[in-house]
Write a protein that binds this ligand. Structure first.
Ligand code: GUN
Ligand code: ZN
Length: 438
């Protein structure tokens, strides 16, 4: 691969800290450069500055791309998504457990076949980049080949991606069910092949408590104990039918979270998708371990799971990340996720500011996933992963944003009205991975 050396001239937005919940962002949290220069070299960011200040320092002949009128932000991050569910997005009806049995499990069976997995891994990455998402934490299927296909496709593009093989040793179709020790051995092989290779990381992936025996959960915890650099992704307290089932299957645990705690699955690199039905004590236990909850608003509305209590999580000092959860989610776009998060917030009296939203998609998610040493900010030395947003991408957006008088207003309009058309370019590792036609 060839890494570009060039400067992009545009309005620049990046966060150095959490902007807080107020309408105006906390002091020092936002880095905004109206006429900025982003200098990239060897896949990294070499400098970020006012264009006028950087211009005299630039070497003769360096290519400068003029993106004035557009807004460059760090590449979006999706903390929880299932690439194997791309083609069953928006399948009608039902709540979680029926939806899993009717659509999800049959679809995941198809990933036993290498060619299918390779086709879908590529299609998924194309779609992610089209909406400006450059990093994600991804569920594959139970089949190791589905993980090989996903990491191979990600590596070919030079992307920073976390992924893992689903672990299930009960309550799923035969074709998706692991032998308890076999599933762990497969995971160990995948970790050896992929974890820490270039920009890839391995997420140990027990699907959720009902589809694993205690033995499998304990063995997953054993993997994490052996290597503190591994990630962990699963689902937690999404749906009331699921809660009842977990209580029945694990009577020795006083609540759902304790099922995971007992197996050593709750740590600073653990992401729990949903967490809708939690009490304060559970939020505090998650916070004390440094774990994060992935807020998946479009999925929560689509599957009728409930309205995530974002401020309760924040009050407990619990990290919240933002995620599409496709195929339960109905949109891959991070902007669409923010729009739906805002709507969920409205129904709870917890409005989401554009500052908090864009922080969440970038540095917030990078921090929640412990990737903030590499991605999530436009800053010297960070990987050159960024999006070029076009606030005038469509006639309607141009009309709306022509009336905006501040960056905050423009960001809010983008978060409510934006989609793949607002993403002019997506770059990762210093390479333009997607450029919108036209
Ligand atoms: N819980 C267990 N598996 C899944 C899944 O595939 N999607 C969602 N949304 N929840 C789950
Ligand atoms: Zn999910």
């Amino acid at each position: 691969t060839t890494h570009d050396t060039r400067v992009l001239r545009a309005e620049l937005l990046s966060f150095d800290a959490d902007p807080g919940e107020n309408d105006t962002p906390a002091e020092g949290s936002v880095r905004h450069i109206p006429d900025g220069a982003l200098w990239i070299e060897d896949g990294r960011i070499r400098a970020v500055d006012d264009y006028a200040r950087l211009a005299p320092e630039l070497p003769e002949g360096i290519e400068v791309t003029d993106h004035r009128g557009k807004l460059i932000a760090p590449g979006f991050i999706d903390s929880h998504v299932h690439y194997v569910q791309l083609e069953i997005m928006a399948s009608y009806g039902r709540q979680l457990l029926d939806w899993l049995n009717e659509y999800t499990f049959p679809e995941e069976c198809r990933f036993a076949e290498r060619e299918h997995a390779e086709r879908l891994a590529d299609a998924f990455l194309d779609e992610m980049l089209r909406v400006g998402t450059t990093t994600a934490q991804v569920f594959c299927s139970s089949h190791p080949v589905s993980v090989d296909a996903f990491f191979t496709a990600s590596q070919r593009r030079g992307l920073c991606m976390l992924a893992g093989k689903v672990l299930m040793d009960r309550h799923a179709p035969e074709a998706l069910t692991d032998d308890t020790q076999g599933g762990i051995r497969d995971t160990e092989r995948l970790i050896a092949d992929w974890h820490g290779r270039e920009r890839l990381g391995y997420s140990v992936t027990p699907r959720f408590a009902p589809t694993s025996t205690r033995g499998q959960l304990d063995a997953a915890g054993g993997l994490l104990r052996n290597d503190a650099t591994l990630w962990l992704q699963t689902h937690l307290a999404e749906n009331t039918g699921e809660l009842d089932w977990v209580a029945e299957l694990f009577p020795e645990s006083r609540d759902y979270l304790e099922v995971y705690e007992r197996s050593g699955l709750v740590g600073p690199r653990s992401t729990f998708a949903h967490g809708i039905h939690l009490d304060r004590a559970m939020r505090e236990r998650l916070a004390n371990r440094g774990a994060n909850l992935a807020f998946c608003p479009s999925s929560n509305l689509f599957l009728g799971s409930g309205l995530f209590d974002r401020l309760a999580a924040r009050e407990a000092d619990l990290n919240v990340s933002y995620a599409s959860d496709v195929g339960g989610g109905t949109d891959l776009s991070g902007l669409a996720t923010l729009k739906t998060a805002y709507q969920v917030g409205q129904l709870r009296g917890q409005p989401l500011t554009a500052w908090q939203g864009f922080y969440g998609l970038t540095l917030g998610n990078a921090r929640a996933l412990s990737l903030d040493d590499r991605i999530g900010r436009l800053a010297k030395g960070m990987d050159a992963d960024f999006v070029v947003l076009d606030p005038q991408a469509t006639p309607l957006l141009a009309r709306r944003t022509s009336r905006c008088r501040s960056l905050g207003e423009t960001l809010f309009a983008l978060m409510m009205l934006g989609d793949d058309r607002s993403v002019a370019e997506a770059w990762a590792g210093g390479i333009c991975q997607h450029r919108r036609a036209g």
